[in-house]
Design a protein around this ligand. Structure first.
Ligand code: HEM
Length: 421
């Protein structure tokens, strides 16, 4: 048995209390303000049993950090799924599709794919992408301004927040803009399968979206093979064809998994960050302050990321029998890392409910360890370029009401945010 963590949390809370808190987290009230729920979950311990057998939630910053970075924790891959008593639960088409992607692979397959991708968004790549993202941000801010002038207000989400990420990743992969509405549509539908406990009808919606997604990206790769360009996807085709010289299907499968996953991983997450940034930075005097102190835009983005993480939860399984914050966890049991609860842990970020641009706090919003988000630098760049454009254009920008959210447990999604000047 390997002891992991020296954090307290040995009292076993009532499972009914946990069920009630999870229900609240998914309810409109919990979506509008998840912080009290995170606080109550954290008060139950650093590691608390889930309402089902073999599952736990990790709530404290240090314990979550240890799980994400620790070598005794794996992501729940195909091999793990097949060892589960209810293995059929994982057989839904959309779940299977996601299980082949980077986030659900362990070494050595994961290491091989991460190495092949390298640091996709290093300084040089970001410098090359910045002018295009900036120009797109300016066009979207024009559209927002125009709508506000004509109608008195505008919904930031469809006009700006959802557009910048799809234009950024679409442009990078050489996907024509006419396809963007379709990609956004199947991404929103597919994501249900990645919820904590998807219902049958949610899985059916995700299965249909998966077919659409597969058709789209298969055709994209076929087209790029026929007409190679000077782009990242053509580079991946060369790489994976060389790795599988006698097996074109295997190369195509890998190309599909990578292209599809990187695209969809970049969309809702970044859109939520952009909406959250506008919502949080237009409260009180923050907008005026940031206009006077643009040198703190990056710090403001990190405080937005800490304060309201676009992903609520991620799962790991124990590679071996272990003890986590005093709680014995058997091999193969699951621990769900609650990013929001961890980011609001007062032991890591004092007065966590205070939104403080200058706090220089730590957060786990992009995960940690070998699965650390591949697109973190790109998401931060999109947020910075958009905020610069908005701060420059709008002396005042005001939300007309609080944002609305999709009722989710895992991927937070802002569905509407009405703003005016
Ligand atoms: C604000 C925006 C984003 C957030 C909050 C976010 C968050 C995350 C998180 C929490 C993980 C899992 C880390 C872990 O398991 O420890 C992850 C993984 C990943 N993200 Fe992001 N992400 C964002 C934007 C992006 C973008 C823009 C891209 C690509 C262009 C991207 C691509 C990926 C990929 C490929 C992985 C899987 C990495 C792996 O498992 O090795 N993400 N992201």
């Amino acid at each position: 048995m390997t002891a992991v963590g020296d954090i307290s949390g040995t009292t076993i809370p009532d499972r009914r209390a946990v069920i009630s808190l999870l229900r609240r987290l998914r309810s409109p009230e919990g979506q509008n303000n998840p912080q009290p729920v995170w606080q109550e979950l954290r008060a139950l311990g650093d590691v608390i049993p889930a309402p089902w057998a073999g599952g736990y939630f990790a709530t404290g910053f240090e314990v979550c950090n240890q799980i994400l970075r620790g070598r005794y924790w794996l992501t729940p891959d195909f091999a793990w799924q097949e060892r589960q008593p209810d293995a059929t639960r994982w057989h839904a088409p959309a779940t299977q599709e996601m299980s082949r992607t980077l986030s659900r692979l362990n070494a050595p397959a994961h290491t091989c794919q991460r190495r092949a991708l390298g640091n996709l968004f290093d300084r040089n790549s970001l410098d090359a992408m910045a002018p295009g993202i900036s120009a797109q941000a300016a066009r979207l801010v024009d559209a927002l301004d125009d709508r506000i002038r004509r109608h008195g207000d505008a919904d930031l989400v469809p006009t700006v927040s959802e557009q910048l990420p799809i234009h950024t990743v679409g442009d990078w992969l050489g996907i024509p803009a006419e396809h963007y509405p379709r990609i956004l549509d199947f991404t929103h539908r597919q994501v249900h399968a990645q919820e904590l406990l998807p219902t049958r009808s949610e899985l059916a919606i995700s299965a249909e979206a998966t077919l659409d997604m597969r058709a789209f990206f298969t055709e994209l790769i076929r087209g790029r093979r026929a007409e190679p360009g000077d782009d990242v996807l053509t580079g991946w085709i060369h790489h994976w064809d060389a790795q599988h010289p006698d097996d074109r299907d295997a190369a195509d499968r890998l190309l599909y998994d990578l292209t599809m996953f990187i695209t969809i991983a970049s969309l809702e997450t970044t859109a939520t960050l952009l909406s959250n940034a506008v919502w949080l930075l237009t409260q009180g005097t923050r907008w005026q302050w940031l206009r006077r102190h643009p040198e703190h835009i990056d710090a403001a983005i990190d405080e937005v990321l800490r304060y309201d993480s676009p992903i609520h939860l991620n799962s790991r399984v124990a590679a071996t029998d272990t003890v986590l914050a005093g709680v014995p966890i058997a091999r193969d049991e699951t621990v769900h890392v609650l990013y929001g609860a961890a980011n609001h842990d007062p032991r890591r970020n004092p007065e966590p409910e205070v939104f403080d641009i200058l706090r220089r706090g730590g957060h786990l919003t992009f995960g940690g360890g070998v699965h650390y988000c591949l697109g973190a630098a790109l998401a931060r760049l999109e947020a910075r370029l958009l905020l610069e454009a908005l701060l420059d254009r709008f002396e005042t920008l005001r939300p007309l009401s609080a944002p609305t959210y999709a009722p989710r447990m895992v991927f937070r999604r802002v569905t509407a945010l009405k703003v005016t000047r």
